[in-house]
Design a protein. Structure first.
Length: 329
């Protein structure tokens, strides 16, 4: 019996070893032959926004390093959750990736019934770029500085309204944190996207918006809206004369970023190959210039570093969502 048991254990060990070896070989083969057909990059937002434009810039250059076309597919809905869930449930074969933003991270706390578990169902590949929000006001508002705006909002006899792309978005949370740290009582007005909020700011229906810089640069450059401060800890090279909020409110910082995820279970060699391709694109001088012109900064990193950041950001943005009183949907 002892001999038969030992033989059985040996057979089981050999079987497990062969299975592990076969899995490793399959992963290596997948990376070696990957990609053999076009790759899809899912953007969980509507076409035309800053996230979509950055994803398309990346998709345009990735074929130089992957040897296959990269197709952008927009799957909007539920604050980005629809597209993210689609990727999470896609085959983990390296042919479907997600291009999303910090909004996905905030959604973990904002939504009571998330259709996916961001940390378990998605594999971080790399961040792509950093984007500051910028506090914009209508040019008819009688303020020309951040201090002037704080004084105006504090002393105004009428309510001061700031718009956002919706509850729990970075624009909303930027304003909520600003309210708290500056001891103000501005009223939040959620819109169904950043564009309608900016339009109402232009018409004077609201007094302020904390908007991603890339989305409002045309209004800044044309003088139609007035930038007062950026939400990053340092000034933006694109707007060197515009101060950071932190210069008046030490400790204030809201940093937006976007990045690429794969479905959980995607072989590590494929994730690493995509990571290297993304970082190669971000190192190109022309890509750096395009991002800089938009007010963004390249932010490539390793899958491990991105994964660690996601875990930390879920805690950080969760605290911001709860403090803002954003409605959990």
């Amino acid at each position: 019996m002892t001999i038969r048991f030992a033989a059985a254990c040996t057979a089981l060990f050999c079987s497990l070893t062969l299975h592990a070896t076969a899995q490793a070989a399959a992963a290596a083969d997948a990376a070696g032959g990957w990609p053999a057909r076009p790759v899809t990059l899912v953007v969980p937002l509507a076409p035309g926004g800053s996230t979509d434009s950055t994803a398309r810039l990346l998709a345009q250059r990735l074929p130089q390093y992957l040897g296959q076309p990269v197709v952008v597919e927009n799957r909007a809905g539920a604050g980005g959750n629809v597209g993210a869930d689609h990727v999470a449930k896609s085959a983990a074969d390296g042919y479907t990736f997600l291009f999303s933003t910090t909004t996905l991270i905030a959604n973990v706390t904002l939504y009571a019934n998330m259709p996916l578990n961001v940390q378990k169902d998605l594999q971080p590949v790399s961040r792509v770029s950093l984007i500051p929000n910028v506090l914009m006001v209508n040019t008819k508002l009688p303020v020309t500085s951040l201090k002037g705006f704080i004084d105006y909002a504090r002393d105004s006899k009428t309510p001061v309204y700031y718009g956002s792309a919706g509850n729990g978005t970075s624009q909303h949370l930027s304003g909520s944190l600003f309210n708290e740290m500056a001891h103000l009582n501005m009223h939040h007005v959620p819109y169904k996207g950043g564009a309608p909020a900016n339009m109402d700011l232009l018409s004077g229906q609201i007094q302020a918006v904390f908007s991603p810089l890339v989305e409002v640069l045309p209004f800044i450059d044309s003088g139609k809206l007035r930038p007062l401060a950026v939400t990053t800890a340092q000034r933006s090279p694109r707007l060197p004369d515009v101060p950071a909020v932190a210069e008046s409110l030490p400790g204030y910082e809201i940093v937006l970023w976007n990045g690429v995820w794969a479905p959980a279970g995607t072989p590590a060699p494929i994730v690493d190959k995509m990571n290297k391709a993304i970082n190669a694109v971000l190192a190109e001088a022309a890509v750096k210039k395009t991002l800089a012109d938009q007010g963004s900064t390249p932010a490539g990193d390793s899958p491990a570093a991105f994964s660690k950041l996601v875990d930390a950001e879920i805690i950080k943005w969760g605290n911001l969502v709860r403090a803002s009183g954003a409605k959990v949907e």
